[in-house]
Design a protein around this ligand. Structure first.
Ligand code: GLN
Length: 433
C-alpha cells in the first residue's frame, strides 16, 4: 500500500468465504478504523485506542466476508470521525490520490483514498454528517450514506448515534450498491435497524445493484437553491452540467426550496457534539484503551488519561457538547437544535411530495490543501452545509462524480426519501454513463 497516501492504519486480512458467489466474491474491502474487527486493532484514529483489539467483528464485516469479500485492512480517519479532512488522525494525515498536496476529505478519508488509489475494490466508511460522501466527492469515487436503520451499527464505535450510518465507497455506483446489498438488513444486535418487510413502500427483496440501470426516464429531480448558494462557482457549474445531462437522459428538473437547511449545519454540530460528549465518557482508562501512568486518585487518572489520549478537535467537541447539554444551556442550544432538526425533516418530507430525488453539490468546495483548514475549525464545519441536513433527516444519499474542474473531482449529491436507495442508485448510475 502506498506510504505517501497513508490510507491504512493497519494492514491485516480477514479471508472471505471461499464458497460464496455473487458480486463480492473475491473483492477486496478496506474498513474504516472505527468499525470493529475481531483480533485486529481498531483505533478510531486516536491515541486513546491505539492498542485496542476488539473481541468481535461488526455485523457489516461479517456480512461482507460471508458474501465472499476479503478484508485487507483498516483505514485512516479523523479522530473518532470528527473532521472533514482526515488530518485530525493520530496516525498522520491521508493524502488525496488525485492530488497528493490535497486532503482526501473526511472523516472516512482513508477509505476513499484506498479505493481511489486502487488499494481496495470497496471500502466501508461511516457517515455522521457527510463522512462517506465528502471523501467520495474529494477523491472522485462513489459513496452511499444509507437511510438511518438500513445498516446495522453493531460494532461501530459511536460518535453520534442518532445521526450515523455505515456506508460503502467504491469506484462505480454498481459496486457501491452491491456492497450495500451485502451489508443492509435488520440485525437483532442493533435495535434501530428496520425490517424492510415492515416498512411501507420498501421492498425487502430489492437489489440495489440491479437498480444501477441508468434509467431516469420520467424521474423528477428537485434542485434546491439553498444548497447552491455560497458554493464555489467551479463546483456549481460542474454540478449543473451533470444535472443537465440527467435532463438530456429523460429526467425532469424543477427548482425547489428547503428554507430550513440554512440552520442545518449549526443544529448538526450541537447535536453531534452533545452525543459525542456522552459517548466518549466511556474512555476513562479503566474499560478500554489508553491509561495514564500518572499517580493519583480516580479524578486525576481520568483527567490525565483523557488529556493524553484525545487530540485537540476531540477535546474541543467534548467541551462544547458538555456545555450544550448542561443545566441552564440545554434549552438554549440542545433543544433549539432538535427543533431545527424537526424542521429540516419536515422540509424534506414536503419536498418529496413533489420530486423523486434532490440534487446538489456534495461539498460546496474543492478539496482543501493539506493544512489549510486545520486551524480554522469553523471553516471546516461550514463545508458540511450540504451533507449534514441529510443526516438530520435520516435520509439516504449518494455522492457520484459529476466531473472535474482544474483537475480536481467534484461530487454530485443525490438525496432520496427514506428507504429510497434504489431511486438514488438509479439516478446516480445515469450520471456516470
Ligand atoms: N465533518 C463532520 C464532523 O466533523 C462529519 C463527520 C462524520 O460524518 N463522521 O462532524
Amino acid at each position: 500500500m502506498a506510504a505517501d497516501i497513508n490510507a491504512f492504519v493497519t494492514e491485516a486480512t480477514i479471508e472471505g468465504d471461499a464458497d460464496a458467489d455473487g458480486p463480492l466474491a473475491g473483492a477486496t474491502v478496506a474498513v474504516k478504523d472505527n468499525i470493529s474487527t475481531a483480533g485486529i486493532r481498531t483505533t478510531c484514529g486516536s491515541e486513546m485506542l491505539a492498542d485496542y483489539v476488539p473481541p468481535y467483528s461488526a455485523t457489516v464485516v461479517d456480512r461482507l466476508t460471508d458474501a465472499g469479500a476479503t478484508i485487507v485492512g483498516k483505514t485512516n480517519m479523523d479522530e473518532f470521525g470528527m473532521g472533514t479532512t482526515t488530518e485530525t488522525s493520530a496516525f498522520g494525515p491521508t493524502r488525496n490520490p488525485v492530488d497528493t498536496d490535497r486532503v482526501p476529505g473526511g472523516s472516512s478519508g482513508g477509505s476513499a483514498a484506498a479505493v481511489a488509489a486502487g488499494e481496495a475494490d470497496v471500502a466501508l466508511g461511516s457517515d455522521t454528517g457527510g463522512s462517506v460522501r465528502c471523501p467520495a466527492a474529494f477523491c472522485g469515487v462513489v459513496g452511499i450514506k444509507p437511510t438511518y436503520g438500513l445498516v446495522s451499527r453493531y460494532g461501530l464505535i459511536a460518535y453520534a448515534n442518532s445521526l450515523e450510518q455505515i456506508g460503502p465507497i467504491a469506484g462505480t455506483v454498481e459496486e457501491a450498491a452491491a456492497a450495500l446489498d451485502a451489508i443492509a438488513g435488520d440485525d437483532p444486535n442493533d435495535g434501530t435497524t428496520r425490517d424492510l418487510a415492515e416498512v411501507e413502500g420498501a421492498d425487502p427483496d430489492a437489489s440495489y445493484a440491479a437498480a444501477a440501470d441508468g434509467d431516469v426516464d420520467g424521474l423528477t429531480v428537485g434542485v434546491p437553491t439553498e444548497l447552491f448558494e455560497g458554493a464555489d462557482e467551479r463546483v456549481v457549474s460542474t454540478v449543473e452540467a451533470a444535472i443537465a445531462d440527467l435532463e438530456a437522459k429523460g429526467a425532469e428538473t424543477t427548482e425547489i426550496s428547503l428554507p430550513s437547511v440554512e440552520h442545518a449545519v449549526q443544529a448538526y454540530y450541537v447535536i453531534a457534539m452533545a452525543e459525542a460528549s456522552s459517548n466518549l465518557a466511556r474512555f476513562d482508562g479503566v474499560r478500554y484503551g489508553h491509561r495514564s501512568d500518572a499517580d493519583g486518585n480516580w479524578n486525576d487518572s481520568f483527567a490525565e488519561t483523557r488529556e493524553e489520549g484525545f487530540g485537540a478537535e476531540v477535546k474541543r467537541r467534548i467541551l462544547l457538547g458538555t456545555y450544550a447539554l448542561s443545566a441552564g444551556y440545554h434549552d438554549k442550544y440542545y433543544e433549539k437544535a432538535q427543533d431545527a432538526r424537526a424542521w429540516v425533516r419536515r422540509d424534506f418530507e414536503d419536498a418529496f411530495d413533489d420530486v423523486d430525488v434532490i440534487a446538489s453539490p456534495t461539498m460546496p468546495v474543492l478539496p482543501f490543501e493539506l493544512g489549510e483548514s486545520l486551524d480554522d475549525p469553523l471553516r471546516m464545519y461550514l463545508a458540511d452545509a450540504n451533507t449534514t441536513p441529510v443526516n438530520l433527516a435520516n435520509l439516504p444519499a449518494i455522492s457520484v462524480p459529476a466531473g472535474e474542474t482544474d483537475g480536481l473531482p467534484v461530487g454530485l449529491q443525490l438525496v432520496g426519501p427514506k428507504f429510497g436507495e434504489e431511486t438514488i442508485v438509479r439516478a446516480a448510475s445515469a450520471v456516470e454513463d
